[in-house]
Design a protein around this ligand. Structure first.
Ligand SMILES: NC(=O)c1ccc[n+]([C@@H]2O[C@H](COP(=O)([O-])OP(=O)(O)OC[C@H]3O[C@@H](n4cnc5c(N)ncnc54)[C@H](OP(=O)(O)O)[C@@H]3O)[C@@H](O)[C@H]2O)c1
Length: 314
């Protein structure tokens, strides 16, 4: 019997890449994978073709290519790329494009990689944190959460997947431990003593694969994924062991983090404040046991560090 095709956006990236590899590495499974990239000739795209993915061109700036990428597919993984443009308006327009194209092409199961609309947790213009871009508490969360309605209104059978903080941010996003003037390593985060949900980025796609495999059970559901919930202190302890050198947790306030001045520092400062103030709600959605059920290979922080600590730039 012909395999059911899953179209994956962001296929050369963190979330989509994990899903492409999960499907391709299960040759006896019921799905085949169509990997969407703006450049099928890039090294990353060729690496996906080499493991059996059908690599095709697609660009969110080219609506016809999005439509084309979905033609004949059973399922689709939709992720947007907020940090490439930092525009909530663009992110919402891209989500609307996904929802419309999914409806028109008859997608049977979509996974929309979303995040909380934090304005449902507390109103904007609440004075506990600055309102950003006039309309948002945490722009890169709120725009995704607001976009859930696009999929609902279009009548697309959708699972609303909520990723956690990628531990890979310690490698690629400049969020890892830094050496102070005293030469000592410190992990600087504004999450107080809260436990924050984290995950190895590769595991997000593996969990998404579990969602597709158990299709009906997850359509219409809000699903969070996490490998472990950890305090800053616990992350610093894990890093110390893995790096063979002490790392201290430098607990700062969200206001100080927002003042760091790099692009998006205010957005991330607000995000960490939400992880701290709404610890229970954020973590309840991102259940580790349920994530492990979707992805039996799910890594906790120590397991992720065993494979990745050497890549953290110090
Ligand atoms: N970092 C975190 O801790 C975290 C946690 C939760 C959620 N998120 C969210 O994750 C999202 C990003 O996902 P990711 O980390 O998987 O992304 P990523 O690793 O940065 O990869 C993005 C991929 O998407 C493709 N892409 C970029 N712009 C495109 C466009 N206009 N049209 C088509 N493809 C495009 C690129 O592939 P080609 O160059 O091959 O086209 C790129 O490889 C963000 O919206 C972020 O808010 C991040």
């Amino acid at each position: 019997m012909a395999k059911k095709i899953i179209t994956v956006f962001g296929a050369t990236g963190a979330q989509g890449g994990g899903l492409v590899r999960a499907i391709a590495n299960d040759p006896n499974g019921e799905f085949s994978v169509r990997a969407v990239t703006r450049d099928p000739n890039s090294d990353k795209a060729k690496a996906l073709a080499a493991i059996g993915a059908d690599v095709i061109y697609g660009d969110l700036g080219d609506a016809a290519s999005v439509h084309n990428a979905l033609e004949g597919a059973y399922g689709a993984f939709f992720v947007t790329f907020y940090w490439a443009h930092m525009s909530p308006g663009q992110e919402k327009a891209e989500a609307a494009l996904f929802a419309k194209a999914a409806k028109e092409t008859g997608i049977k199961h979509a996974i929309w990689s979303t995040l909380e609309d934090t304005r449902e947790l507390f109103p904007i213009h609440d004075d506990r944190m600055p309102t950003l871009m006039e309309h948002y508490n945490v722009p890169h969360f709120d725009a995704k959460g607001e976009s859930n309605q696009q999929f609902i209104d279009a009548g697309v059978p959708t699972t609303f997947l909520h990723a956690s903080f990628y531990w890979d941010n310690f490698i690629f996003f400049g969020a890892g431990p830094k050496r102070g003037e005293d030469g000592k390593l410190a992990l600087t985060l504004p999450i107080g003593d809260a436990k924050m949900a984290g995950i190895g980025a590769e595991d997000i796609g593996k969990c998404a694969y579990g969602i597709f495999k158990n299709g009906k059970e997850y359509i219409g559901k809000y699903v969070g994924v996490a490998g472990e919930h950890l305090t800053g202190e616990q992350m610093a302890t894990g890093l110390s062991k893995a790096l063979g050198e002490p790392v201290v947790y430098n607990k700062i306030s969200p206001a100080v983090y927002r003042s760091f001045g790099f692009p998006g520092a205010d957005d991330l400062g607000n995000m960490f404040q939400v992880y701290d103030e709404f610890e229970e709600k954020m973590n309840n959605l991102r259940d580790v046991k349920a994530s492990k059920k979707l992805n039996p290979q799910l890594q906790n922080f120590d397991q992720w560090l065993a494979q990745n600590a050497k890549k953290i730039p110090l």
